[in-house]
Write a protein that binds this ligand. Sequence first.
Ligand code: G6D
Length: 349
Amino acid sequence: MKIIERLFGHYKGESVKEYTLYNDSGMSVSCLNYGCIISKIMVPDRNGNVENIVLGFEDFNAYLKWSPYFGAIVGRVAGRIKGASFNLDGKKYSLAANDNHNHLHGGKEGLSSVIWKTEKMEEENAIGLKFFYHSSDGEEGYPGNLDVTVSYLLTNDNELKITYEGKTDKKTLVNLTNHSYFNLSGNLKRDCLEHSLQLETDFFLELSPDFTPTGRLLDAKNTPFDFKQGRKLKDGIHSSHPQNVLVGQGYDHPLVFANDGEHTMVLREEESGRTLLVTTDQPCVVLYSGNQLEGPFSISDVPARKYLGVCLETQVFPDAINHPDFPSIILEREELYYSTTKYRFLFDK
Ligand code: G6D
């Protein structure tokens, strides 16, 4: 097990470093101190071909110019906040409206686009990095000085464990996630239409035309949102269901897990034989099928196109602060924000 670091670029006078974690089982994870971006995950397929299974760039400037949050930690609040404002204890807070009139993924300079301090972690069967960031009171419009710690720990069981921690000196909002786009075909050989997803979900959140939740839970049973028996993503991409059509033919929806506690979902691509198990303590996962992944740029030499990657953004419901009946994303002073999500990579022999 080892960590290799290299200079990847510069941002606002600071060095951007890429750290690559190698375990003893043939897997590696590369990440940046900018946005805690996961830039590469190298995993064998059934024939032993070690290939990259996430969307990322080889060049830092491409991240600045084109990246739709590839691999990044997003927050203070992941997802949209309607009207880019919220009320807390009778005070109205206004945030950056960086997605039409809504606030998206922490604002113009959210946690995905700042430099984090890093510290290496070594354990008996795991190697990793801890990232630290102090978000000042009022940053992006949020109240309270928030100290955030994110750790990436790669084990010899080919599991990447992400742990999120936060402490504030004043009541604020926190709802963090990782925005990696997965493509299990390896080196973007294919898109994700033939990827299958299985998870225990009875309901999903209905989206309004601006992609914020209406507040209604819709029954997933016998719809393209029913993943209990496993389903290929192409079902939702080719679907005439109004919610699949609304988001540009696909998914961009919070899927609500069926019960409390830990939840596991299974993403699989038959041709490569790769499987990704995602286990989280969060109450929902935003399934985003890359419907807007178009643009005049290439991703690791593959021209950008819809559905080239799929995001499994484990989190609390989007816009929760504006929906009292949603789980809370309020972090009280001196309370510890703590969340974990684990990505375990398997491949058929
Ligand atoms: C689009 O609506 C989607 C978001 O869910 C996604 O996170 C973003 O693109 C990258 O705005």
